[in-house]
Design a protein around this ligand. Structure first.
Ligand code: NAD
Length: 350
């Protein structure tokens, strides 16, 4: 039985607590939040104990692993404390706000001999996972372009810390990172980015929009849009290759379409019914399964750090109006050098 502590009892902490409580072989033993009432409320829902003393919970013997779902600017202190307490860590995305911060968190876990997985959950969404599998099979031939969009209401309207870029990283680091991480998973490292955003407009803070063009080392060209100026949430992605097209739009009834010249193409029905496993449960199941069998995570800290590096490059480009080469990150066997990095279309071994 794995005993897990949830740190941060807000929106994502609640999602993770319920998901963890539903997994066989996993028990939520503690919920910790600096807001004691929130901790107690969530703990009551999953049969856990509650505390406002995060360090005390992390040091307990009845905690084997920790899910970190605090605001992004607090990730580092909680992850480092969990590592020092000898607990395996699942940390929400974005892993950190800076690359030195991300590297320090990875190093702290390495030093302590604990494992670190990041919640880059889009890799666990059935449509995006299926696109990855189809690309691996060569379903659209050689990929030329990809367009990805992620449009949402401004999260600062219900949680004020999101509106402060010093706490959330802003639209690109908080939201666009989902698609940047997914595209890195599909195509490997980016060589160069160019981006624009509206974060300097007077309405920024409540409305924001960003668009990035990305050239990958394999020559693929990406066009990525993110918005905090919409009503409601929607995502879409279109991957075009020399043998066809893959298309997903969260607002369509058919979740994944293919088009091929000279053929009728096909529609893949990807399960999105509430009866199916949620991607959040799937990623936590992956976390606990990989802890048990010792196999690598699909989204280890290093992968999340490389996706953060890409997001920071996009943000720098939007700020400076200049094309930017993402900073390299050491992954596995060595540094990921832009233009020479290894694509990492690993399978979801969920
Ligand atoms: N993967 C996704 O789809 C997704 C979606 C939304 C948010 N997130 C990420 O999840 C994280 C949490 O976001 P949220 O929307 O749940 O935030 P939230 O504001 O709803 O909840 C955060 C909770 O953490 C508590 N907290 C703050 N500082 C703390 C500390 N030092 N120790 C313990 N508790 C502390 C707060 O009291 C609050 O209850 C963020 O990093 C965010 O980017 C991920």
């Amino acid at each position: 039985m794995m005993r897990v502590a949830i740190v941060g009892a807000g929106s994502l902490g609640s999602v993770h607590a319920r998901a963890a409580a539903s997994l066989p072989g996993v028990r939520v033993s503690w919920v910790a939040d600096i807001d004691r009432e929130r901790a107690a409320d969530l703990a009551g829902q999953v049969g856990a104990s509650a505390s406002a003393d995060v360090g005390g919970v992390l040091g307990r013997d009845d905690v084997d692993a920790v899910v970190v779902a605090v605001p992004t600017d607090r990730h580092r202190e909680v992850v480092e404390l969990a590592a020092e307490s000898g607990k395996h860590v699942f940390c929400e995305k974005p892993l950190a706000l800076t690359l030195p911060g991300a590297r320090a968190m990875i190093a702290a876990c390495d030093r302590a001999g604990v494992r670190l997985m990041a919640g880059q959950v889009v890799r666990f969404f059935p449509e995006y996972a299926r696109i990855g599998a189809l690309l691996r099979e060569g379903a659209v031939g050689r990929v030329a372009t990809v367009r990805a969009r992620r449009l949402n209401v401004h999260p600062g309207s219900h949680r004020s810390w999101y509106a402060d870029p010093a706490r959330s990283g802003g639209l690109i680091v908080d939201l666009m990172i989902h698609d940047l991480d997914t595209l890195r998973w599909y195509f490997g490292e980016a060589e160069r980015v160019m981006a624009h955003d509206l974060s300097t407009r007077p309405s920024a803070g409540t409305l924001d929009y960003a668009v990035a063009t990305i050239r990958f080392r394999g020559g693929e060209v990406g066009h990525v849009e993110a918005s905090w100026a919409h009503q409601g949430f929607r995502t879409s992605i279109e991957v075009a290759g020399d043998a066809g097209l893959l298309r997903h739009d969260s607002q369509e009834g058919i979740s994944l379409r293919t088009e091929r010249p000279g053929s009728k193409g096909g529609d893949y029905l990807v399960p999105i019914s509430p009866a199916e496993e949620s991607p959040y449960r799937a990623e936590l199941r992956h976390f606990f399964d990989r802890l048990a069998d010792g196999e690598p995570f699909l989204t280890p800290g290093e992968e999340a750090a490389a996706s953060l590096a890409l997001a920071l490059a996009v943000r720098d480009s939007a700020r400076t109006g200049q094309p930017i080469v993402p900073e390299s990150i050491v992954l596995g066997d060595g540094p990921v050098v832009p233009g020479a990095g290894a694509g990492s279309l690993a399978e979801v071994t969920a």
